[in-house]
Design a protein around this ligand. Sequence first.
Ligand code: NI
Length: 190
Amino acid sequence: MKLPIIAYGDPVLRRKAIAIEPVEYPHIKQLCEDMFETMYAARGVGLAAPQVGISMRLFVIDASVFDDDEPELKDFKKVFINAQILEESGNEWSFNEGCLSIPDIREDVSRKPNIKISYYDEDWKHHEETYSGMAARIIQHEYDHIEGKLFLDKLSPLRKRLLEKKLNDISKGIVDVEYKMKFPAVKKGR
Ligand code: NI
């Protein structure tokens, strides 16, 4: 089932998400399936639970579209539960990022290239792994979501000022978008 994606301006995107206990959430696999379906329909490569209105430490990633440049990403489809980035290293590199909650805005964002991360998969198996390049970048972007952060936070104050009007419009639903969204500043019942 496709879920509506929460747009910029909704407080759920700014909340630090809480860890999930297996007993509290027996239907996690169904939620992951729904999140993948939602993400593919919106042509995204990652989606975090807060973006569908659920403040939990969960995100899904499918980076296989980048396998032309990085062949090791061919089957990179993963679920990250209760992720903790343990280490980030290397010299920051810049990449033009977008976000399904902030349609129509893409900006260069600098991040470190290597990460070490601990997480559980959808079978509650624990992993501790290192990633670099595009995989690390997508994980960092999604990880920010469960920490209540957005890529906009990494832009210069000037850049942010220039985007202000556009961001306001997005929260009001004044944006062209081909997938279903929920806009925080649109009054219900009208
Ligand atoms: Ni995003």
